[in-house]
Ligand binder design. Structure first.
Ligand code: ATP
Ligand code: LTN
Length: 329
């Protein structure tokens, strides 16, 4: 049997090139060697308020983008988290073995809580639900961007604690980061990661941005005051742009150096912009085709949920039995 892969994206905004290079691009690659489950984590999205109509529309947009980047529903399962009730069910059981101090230490919790007037309990529980997503399918590998590493460590801690208390139950999942593109930074501020929820039109490039918008954003990206690319002295803004180029092309370091060394910033930005535009063009084209095909998307999501539900239910039954809860079998 092939090892299992699980990962997810929140339908909480416009997917950007950071999501693609940090996660989705790896997801596509992994389909050949693994049994893959890719999830639209709508229950995670509501840990911060979402407009219901917008959330509903975003779920389908993200699903269409999964398909557009190359996730093949014939071999991989695409699911919406809330359509498989076992995610929330297992999350509760895991909540009961998770010390609250572990959750309060999470950097993402601290950052997101700091920007809220009232902090919902869901924001604190967020990583427990994420652990449930992964452990529910006994996933071996979780391909994510670097910002999720701490949550993955917590997932392993929760699994270990459960296994120690109730006997060997969960597979220990491993984190898989991309070699380049694990942390794409904001174009307007190369000290912060590119994020869906960050304000500012010049911050990120969305996967569905039209070519003109992409060109404008990249040409205006923050750089330093050097006149040309110098790999020894360049600041984080230029480094970020070149990283984006490398993550899209998969060129080796030497080729990247030879290509960019000594290039004026205007020229370098133009190269990056055109590469991003050309890389996104087929994805955008495919996205339009998928959206124009009525009934296709709901069918894919239904098939995904049906395919994974037996695995999810089996884990929930096992956990119930281990914990002494009332179980059907
Ligand atoms: P938000 O800012 O709303 O929390 P996000 O942009 O971080 O959203 P997520 O849905 O939380 O997006 O992340 C989906 C996947 O994309 C995760 O695997 C995450 O690690 C990855 N990812 C997110 N931002 C980046 C980034 N800037 N660089 C590389 N990977 C990223
Ligand atoms: N927290 C993740 C999204 C997510 C996820 C998961 C990723 C929810 N459940 C399970 C990997 C595996 C994020 O990207 N912000």
């Amino acid at each position: 049997m092939k090892p299992r892969v699980f990962s997810g994206v929140q339908p909480s905004g416009d997917l950007h090139i950071g999501n693609y290079l940090g996660a989705l691009k790896n997801w596509v690659r992994m389909q050949s060697g693994y049994e893959c489950i890719y999830c639209i984590v709508d229950l995670h999205a509501i840990t911060l308020y979402q407009d219901p109509a917008e959330l509903r529309a975003k779920i389908e947009e993200v699903a269409a983008l999964f398909l557009a980047v190359g996730i093949d529903p014939a071999v991989s399962s695409i699911i919406v988290q809330s359509s498989v009730p076992a995610h929330a069910e297992l999350a509760w059981m895991l909540t009961c073995v998770t010390p609250v101090g572990w959750l309060q230490r999470m950097t993402q919790f601290k950052a997101k809580a700091a920007s809220q007037d009232t902090v919902g309990d869901g924001l604190l529980q967020y990583p427990v639900l994420m652990a449930a997503d992964i452990l529910l399918y006994q996933a071996h590998i979780v391909p994510v961007g670097e910002d999720q590493s701490q949550h993955l460590e917590l997932t392993r801690d929760i699994a270990q604690r459960f296994n120690a208390l109730y006997g060997d139950t969960f597979v220990m999942p491993e984190t898989k980061l991309p070699e380049v593109g694990a942390r794409v930074m904001g174009l307007d501020d190369p000290e912060t990661k590119m994020s869906k929820s960050a304000p500012g039109v010049g911050h990120g490039v969305a996967l569905l941005d039209p070519p003109d918008a992409i060109r404008k954003k990249i040409m205006r990206a923050t750089t330093d005051s050097n006149p040309a690319v110098d790999f020894e002295t360049m600041g984080p803004g230029v480094r970020n742009l070149i990283n984006i180029f490398q993550a899209f092309t998969d060129w080796p370091d030497e080729q990247i150096r030879a290509h960019f060394s000594g290039l004026g910033y205007g020229q370098a930005k133009k190269q990056v912009a055109e590469m991003v535009i050309e890389s996104l063009r087929p994805i955008q084209q495919r996205h339009r085709e998928i959206v124009d095909e009525p009934g296709y998307l709901p069918g894919v999501l239904k098939q995904g949920a049906e395919r994974v539900s037996p695995i999810a239910n089996e884990t929930v039954e096992l956990v119930k039995k281990r914990m002494g809860l009332y179980s059907r079998s």
